[in-house]
Design a protein. Structure first.
Length: 251
C-alpha cells in the first residue's frame, strides 16, 4: 500500500477534503478516503468518538476536531483559520457523505467564499444506495431529507410535494416512520413506497408496497435503524404476497 501511495499526488495544503465514510459495512470505505485520512493534518468530525473508532479500526492516528450542528459557526472559523495556515483538513460525518442531511454545507460555503480549495472524496451515500436498489424510477428524483418534526409543518411539506415529478426520497428515523407513512397513506394512497433500512449491514432490508400496507406491517413489527423512504407515483403499489422478495430482507 505504501509503494502505491508514493506514486499518487500528495494532499494539497490549504484544502478542505469532504471524506465519505461507511454507512454500515466498513468494507465500503475507499482507498482514496483511507489515504486522505492518513495524510491530512486534522480530521473534523461530527462525532469524535465514532470517528476515533473508525480511524483505530483502520490503524490511522490523526488529531480529531469536533464539528457538529451546534458548534458549526465557531468550529467553521477555526477550520478556515487552519486552512489559511496551509493545513489539510478532512471533514467527516457519522456515516456517509458530508453535507447530505449532515453537517458540512455551512463550512464548505464559507471555505469557497474565502477562496480555499474544497475537494470531494466520494464514497458511500444512503440516498444513492437506496435509490439504485429500490427498483423505482431513478431518471428523475428529488431528495427531501428529513421532514419537519411538527405534524402541521410535515403535512404541509408533503402536500407541497404532490406537484413534484419523479421519485421522492426521504430520510427517516424509527421513531417517526409511522408518522411519515400515515401522511403518505393519506396524500399518496396509490403510490408505490419502498422503505430501505440497515443499508449495507447484515440485516439490510427493503420493504415495498403502498404506504398503508407498509404502515400495517410496521405496526405489527416495529423496525429499527435509520431508514430511507422512497415514493413513486408513476408506479402502482400492488400488495406484495407474504414471503416475496419485496417483503423479506435482501441477500
Amino acid at each position: 500500500m505504501a509503494d502505491a501511495d508514493s506514486t499518487l499526488p500528495p494532499l494539497a495544503p490549504g484544502t478542505l477534503y469532504l471524506v465519505a465514510t461507511p454507512i454500515g459495512n466498513l468494507e465500503d470505505i475507499t482507498l482514496r478516503a483511507l489515504r486522505t485520512l492518513r495524510e491530512c493534518d486534522v480530521v473534523a468530525a461530527e462525532d469524535t468518538r465514532r470517528t476515533g473508532q473508525l480511524l483505530t479500526y483502520f490503524g490511522i492516528s490523526r488529531p480529531i476536531l469536533s464539528y457538529f450542528r451546534f458548534n458549526e459557526a465557531r468550529r467553521g472559523e477555526e477550520i478556515l483559520q487552519r486552512l489559511s495556515q496551509g493545513a489539510k483538513v478532512a471533514l467527516v460525518t457519522d456515516a456517509g457523505t458530508p453535507g447530505i442531511s449532515d453537517p458540512g454545507e455551512r463550512v464548505v460555503r464559507a471555505a469557497r467564499q474565502a477562496g480555499f480549495r474544497v475537494e470531494a472524496v466520494p464514497g458511500p451515500c444512503a440516498l444513492v444506495a437506496a435509490l439504485t436498489a429500490s427498483g423505482l424510477p431513478s431518471e428523475e428524483f428529488h431528495f427531501i431529507g428529513f421532514l419537519p418534526v411538527k405534524s402541521g409543518q410535515r403535512r404541509r411539506r408533503l402536500e407541497n410535494l404532490r406537484g413534484v415529478e419523479g421519485t421522492l426520497v426521504f430520510y427517516e428515523s424509527p421513531w417517526r416512520i409511522e408518522k411519515l407513512l400515515e401522511g403518505l397513506a393519506e396524500l399518496y394512497p396509490q403510490a408505490r413506497v419502498v422503505v430501505a433500512r440497515e443499508l449495507t449491514k447484515k440485516f439490510e432490508q427493503f420493504l415495498a408496497g403502498s404506504a398503508a400496507e407498509l404502515l400495517d406491517r410496521i405496526r405489527q413489527r416495529p423496525l429499527k435503524g435509520e431508514m430511507v423512504v422512497l415514493v413513486s407515483r408513476e408506479l402502482a403499489a400492488p400488495q406484495a404476497p407474504e414471503g416475496s422478495p419485496a417483503a423479506t430482507p435482501s441477500a
